[in-house]
Every structure is written in C-alpha cells, then in structure tokens.
Design a protein around this ligand. Sequence first.
Ligand code: BGC
Ligand code: CA
Length: 401
Amino acid sequence: MRSNLKVIGLVLIIALVMGGLFAQGAKEAGVANKDKPLVWFNRQPSDPATGVIDMESMNWNPKTYYVGFDAAGGGAVQGKLITDYLASADPAKLDRNGDGIIGYVLCIGDVGHNDSKARTEGIRKALGTWNGSTEPSVSKEGSVVVGGRTMRVIELEGKAMTGTDGSTWNANAATEAMGGWATKFGNQIDMVVSNNDGMAMGSLQASNYPGVPIFGYDANADAIEAIGAGRLTGTVSQNVDAQAAGTLQVLRNLLDGLSGADVYTKGITVPDQWGNKITAPLDYWADVKAVMAANSGVDASNWNLYTEGTRDAGIKQSAAPKKRVLLTIYNASDNFLSSSYVPALNYYAPLLGIDLTIVQGDGQNESITLDRFTNLNSFDAYAINMVKTNSGPDYLDKLRY
Ligand code: BGC
Ligand code: CA
C-alpha cells in the first residue's frame, strides 16, 4: 500500500514536470533563446580602453541592435554649451582671483565608458585643454573667449567619480571630491564641469561649494529644476524618451517579425503597423547596428521646454499582442537610469504591448545583474544594460543554450 502511494506520487511528479516543460515549449513556439531579439542599450558593447565597438556582441544574431545616442556629438554639444555661456559672461566676475586664467575641475563618470570619454573629450576640445587622451590627469593649457576677451584655461583636476563600493558615475564621490577641491584650490576654481547631472548635483551638495557656474549632462528632472532655480548653469538632453521608446520599438519590430530596414524605420521614421511613431529623430548607424538619438543643450533660456510631463504624444496604446521582455539595468542607484530612463520605459512599454520585467544590479560588477538575468526561456526578447561595456559575452553565454 505504502509503495503504491510512492509510485503514484512519483508518477504525479513526472507528469507535473513534463507538463511544465511542454507548456513552456509551446509558449516559445520553438524559438531558442539564442535566436530571440536582443537590444543592448545605454552602454554600448565596446572596449573600455579603446572604445572600439565589440562587433561580436553586436552580431550575436540578426536580431541584435544597440539603442543609444550620439555620444561624440553630445560631447561637442556640451562643449559648445559651455563656450556659448562663456562668450557672453563677464570676465571680471568669472575669473574669481583675477589671474587671467579660467580654472575648472572635471567630474568624470567612468574612464571605461565611451559616453563618459566622449564628454571629457568634447569639453576639453571646446576649452582647448584636450591633450589626446580622456585620462583624468591628461590635459594641457587651453584658451577660450570670455565676454570678448581671450583667456587662458586650466583644468585644475579631473577625477573619475568611483564610489567606495566601486560603482562609477557616483554622485556621493562627487560631493566629496568637490569639497576637497574647494579647499585645495580655493578661488582658482571658476567653473565646474561634469560628465553627468548626478555628479553635478552631487558637487552642488558640497557644503563649501564655491557658487561658480556648473554644467552637467542628461537633463534629469532635478537638474532641469536646478537650472530654473539658477543653481545649475546648463545640461544636455540626450533625449531619454526617444531612447527608451526606441529600445522598446526596435524590440517590438523584431517581435513582430520585421527584418532589414523595417527594424529601424517602423515606428521610428514612419508609423508602424499599430499606428505609432516616435516624434524625436533617431538615426541609424549601419556599421555598428545602432539606433541613435540626438542631443540638445539646455540652459536658462530653454529649460522650461524640458520639464517633466513631456512624454511623446506620437506613441499611443497599440493593439499589438503582448510580449514578454527581460531588461537589465547596470546599477539601481544610477541617477540617470533610475530617475529618467526607467520611468520612461515603464511609461512606453504597456503602450507598445510589452510586458517588461526589469532587473537591476549594483554597478560594481556584473554578478548581481547576471544572477538576475535568469528564467530566460520564459521571455520573448531581451534588453541589456551592462556594468562593464566589455561584458557582452557573459550575457551571451547565458543565452547560448
Ligand atoms: C548617462 C549617465 C549614466 C550612464 C550610465 C550615460 O549615458 O549620461 O548619466 O550614469 O549613462 O551608463
Ligand atoms: Ca582665475
């Protein structure tokens, strides 16, 4: 009697397991994970030292793309925003110690991230301090026109803002560095430039902040507000709505079975079959399979055009069939991703018929995000934001089987 019960139990367990497997197989209609759509976003698969794009990760399968923004163009926009500001500034007021030199300090996000590198380069080129490298300590004396007068420029110090936990683009590290700089350089500091808003806002938190002009990047809501309040001088919008909607639209197109140019034009340059089209321009860079948003400068003259509530009216509820997407975020406490990118994703995903599961890491190394990049069979597509730009193969290894 006892052994009969055991046999019945065993049969039941086998039946349950088989049933589960069968249901899953049926749901996926036989598509292997390695053949499903994959979009890398915000952190472009690339070599942290050289910035060269990792085309092996980009060519994982024909349904692999990158969605981001024009990083080099953005660096140039940030540089121009600063030189435009200086062009109409009063040299006597700006040059605090009156030595004829504009001294600035630079908050670097991540020396191994190509967005960060592009901004450092764009800033230094605009100020003439570019010396052929994006390393923190490599710069030369430059010159810039301030209120009609050509003045010397010196980068007093540049620093990669790495937190005590090892995470990059760290705002607390910027608060601390700024405090140190204010003490160390005193009124030699005439300006602060940052690779992003998170670190710029962090710098403003330093209790001894010198009250000089300060420039960030991202156009996060708190930064826009700070421009309105006259605390932050300028920032750059990388058009987060176009990027987040673009990431989802490319996935949608691939899940709808589109291929070739349809993947990066439908819903992007022309309406898709569901009647949606992203309003802001997104360009396609064929050599690196990238869909790229444009940047624009934001300052006291136009900040009110960038306040919250400016979601893209070109995207409405579509009748597209529901698809499940697993999406990773490299660091749950990254200011730009958590305050700008994720809210935009959560807004557009349901409209595009995408059932989004977001898993987030700690920005220190890949292990947490990789651990949470799991249950892969139950998703129809994937979107990945890595901790290190050369970690592509670690994710692909998990999709291989
Ligand atoms: C953003 C930064 C952000 C970084 C993270 C950049 O594109 O501008 O603010 O921290 O991405 O990957
Ligand atoms: Ca000076």
